[in-house]
Design a protein around this ligand. Structure first.
Ligand SMILES: [Zn+2]
Length: 704
């Protein structure tokens, strides 16, 4: 009888259950690590390798020198969230369901590249620099590490769209991860790392010396600064010997209009300024170096290209809608050339105006709009002369192709929804003034919508109102919004922004009225739903906040801020067990959100579950910012688990942050007493009395 060692027989059984295409580790190509870099808001023409003369981008230029550069690459959507969804899923927005930033995240049925690499035995890690790419949208699926930590203070002072992390901090985190990887020296496990830098996105605020060197054109300064951080990363990879072996892909998620066509930033139109992006592939050992490809390509083509270059067979290929560019990159016969698709639904979903669709061929850009446009790209790269009258047949051909493409892919994946709302919640919402519940987002009608180019002034005055409010000029912002409202009474963003302005000034009743008016126009607008919850929590009206939070979770069950809000509501009603449950849920969704970690720890201390409280309170302290309250509670957790000296240190930390924090000082005095240091205990208590705290009289007898 042949004896099979037990662990081997288990292994043999398991192999049978692996998908046939799975363990590609055995193929040499699969050992190649992949670094995907997306630089936000990056116009192609700001890179030296794309012809820029006045912006220093040596790191990206060197990458292009050692790699393959696609001269005519276009983003499918000029908006961060949907554009990254295209890049990481290989599907068009009409299929992956993420068309703008009002959706509830990436549907679970949409596969993501990181899941593929994880299946294929790669270590997977992502380092993102904007809250817009928070993991809870679904981007963290398949990543072992998803580093999307932002300073929690930004959540109080900035709108979610502008919460960011500077490139140096994000690159630091990535470098730390590279160093700390298990496996020691080679051969290491291959990695798939996605790095996202946000700096060129507005506000344009580069650090020195870029601020001075690029005075008057700070957008360029941000690009140069981002490049300097990539130089740091590439330098490290060269030192560790991994640069040469790795496949490195770099692309922009969209460009920036910088005033072209009257648009300052991006998202509203679909011209070159916001859709033409850098797209560079550095192959292992610089194969195909200096190759420049002029065939028009899309960022949607990246995913199948990567899998081909790395020779990975994986079920995700079934969902890809772009074409592999591997043969182009390797100098082999190219696939059939086809025009590239672009769209923006922002004018529709945020303003009720017509969405825009475009097709870009080698020769033309055709824009489908209530008043269609076509531009000759060679003669008029700035797209300033609409040739729709003289180019009828070219327009018709591109229009027909556009319609074909949309018909072919129009089967959106079903969004993840939370559990249905309880009937009593619906009743409560109605009694609070909510008119419609779960109205499905209707597709735009085929005619009768305003052309975005005819609404540019309204659009700009709304953006201007946002800027004014952000810089504290709320009165001017309100006046501008009131004028815009008279012109566009159905525009739900206007009451929403008036609500935000009122909330900022703590005019709660006004904020409530405006948010409700917004929801009357757009019943599923999540930010207004969360705005109402915030208004009630701020006033201590937990029962009124709860149904709104439940509504938000129904739309997006991964909304950690809504779970956090439910925790605050429960805690304000002294329902500690319920609060613990909700804060735990918030922490599960978003471990790097310090306020939820801290609240969870505080509730556990209040429940006298001191040992369990230590973990979340310590994580909150590590994540920052410094919190006197957090330190005080951590002190209490320590002193009640026989870690007296650590407790004393935490109370001292609380007092360092907030000198006249009376309870922390009293706690410190008691802890010192318990430790036997009566002299110092009395001295601290004396300080408490000198500070005039009423606790002095109450506890005097204990310190005499
Ligand atoms: Zn972006």
């Amino acid at each position: 009888m042949v004896r099979v060692p037990r662990h081997l027989s288990i292994l043999a059984t398991m192999v049978l259950f692996l998908p046939i295409a799975a363990p590609a580790q055995s193929s040499p190509a699969a050992k190649t690590s992949l670094l995907l870099i997306t630089v936000d808001t990056l116009r192609a023409d700001r890179l030296g390798c794309y012809g820029a003369r006045r912006v220093e981008t040596p790191a990206m230029d060197a990458l292009a020198q050692e790699g393959v550069r696609f001269a005519n690459a276009y983003a499918q959507v000029p908006i961060t969230l949907p554009s990254h969804t295209v890049i990481l899923s290989g599907m068009y927005p009409v299929s992956n369901g993420v068309r703008d930033f009002t959706s509830s995240g990436i549907p679970p049925s949409v596969g993501m590249l990181a899941e593929t690499f994880k299946r294929q035995g790669y270590m997977t890690a992502a380092f993102v620099s904007a809250f817009v790419l928070d993991g809870t949208w679904g981007f963290n699926r398949g990543f072992d590490t998803y580093d999307d930590h932002f300073d929690a203070r930004q959540f109080e002072t900035r709108n979610p769209g502008s919460i960011e992390r500077r490139a140096d901090a994000t690159v630091d985190r990535l470098l730390a991860w590279l160093k700390a990887r298990p496996g020691g020296k080679s051969p290491r496990q291959p990695f798939f790392v996605w790095l996202h830098l946000f700096d060129p996105h507005s506000d344009y605020n580069p650090p020195e010396p870029y601020r001075t060197r690029y005075a008057g054109r700070l957008y360029d300064g941000e690009v140069a600064y981002a490049d300097s951080q990539l130089a740091r990363l590439f330098g490290e990879l060269r030192r560790s010997g991994e640069y040469d072996h790795a496949l490195i892909a770099l692309l922009g998620d969209h460009g920036e209009s910088l005033g072209e066509h009257g648009e300052d930033e991006h998202g509203f139109f679909v011209y070159n300024a916001t859709t033409h992006v850098p797209f560079i592939l550095k192959l292992p050992h610089s194969e195909g170096a200096r190759r420049v490809i002029s065939q028009p390509v899309g960022t949607i083509d990246l995913a199948p290209t990567l899998l081909d270059l790395l020779r990975l067979r994986d079920p995700i290929r079934g969902q890809f809608q772009g074409s592999s560019l591997a043969s182009l990159a390797l100098g082999k016969p190219p696939p059939a050339e086809r025009p590239v698709y672009c769209e923006t639904y922002y004018p529709w979903s945020s303003f009720g105006w017509a969405p825009l669709h475009a097709l870009v061929s080698r020769k033309f850009r055709f824009v489908e709009a209530p008043r269609a446009e076509i531009y000759d790209l060679a003669a008029d790269p700035g797209e300033t002369r609409n040739l729709i009258e003289s180019r009828r047949s070219d327009s018709e051909a591109l229009r027909a192709e556009l319609q074909n493409l949309e018909r072919r892919y129009a089967a959106p994946a079903a969004a993840a929804k939370g559990p249905p709302l309880a009937p009593e919640t619906v009743e409560k919402l109605k009694s609070l003034g909510y008119v419609a519940y779960s109205a499905p987002a209707a597709p735009p009608p085929h005619s009768g919508l305003a052309d975005p180019k005819d609404r540019l002034q309204t659009f700009k005055s709304i953006l201007r109102a946002t800027d004014l409010a952000a810089t504290g000029r709320v009165g001017e912002s309100n006046a501008l919004l009131a004028r815009a409202r008279a012109e566009e009474p159905k525009l739900y963003l206007i009451p929403f922004m008036l609500g935000e302005n009122a909330a900022r000034a703590e005019r709660w009743n006004d904020a409530e009225t405006q948010f409700l008016a917004c929801l009357k126009l757009n019943p599923t607008f999540q930010q207004a739903v969360m705005g109402l919850a915030r208004v009630y929590i701020a006033q201590g009206k937990a029962p009124a906040a709860r149904p709104w939070l439940e509504l938000a979770l129904h739309e997006n069950p991964r909304n950690f801020l809504a779970w956090h809000g439910l925790g605050l509501a429960a805690r304000s009603e002294k329902n500690l067990e319920e609060a613990r449950r909700w804060f735990t849920r918030a922490v599960e969704e978003k471990p790097s959100y310090a306020p939820s970690q801290q609240e969870l720890g505080i509730v556990l201390v209040e429940m006298q579950r001191y040992r369990e409280a230590i973990g979340p309170l310590r994580r909150a302290a590590e994540l920052g910012p410094e919190s006197a309250i957090g330190a005080n509670y951590l002190g209490t957790a320590y002193t009640n688990t026989n870690r007296l000296q650590e407790g004393i240190a935490q109370y001292r930390r609380a007092l360092q942050i907030s000198q006249d924090y009376a309870i922390a000082r009293l706690n410190l005095a008691f802890a010192l007493l318990k430790s036997g240091d009566r002299t110092t205990a009395r001295r601290e208590f004396q300080t408490l009395c000198q500070q005039g705290s009423p606790l002095c009289r109450e506890y005097r007898s204990r310190f005499e």
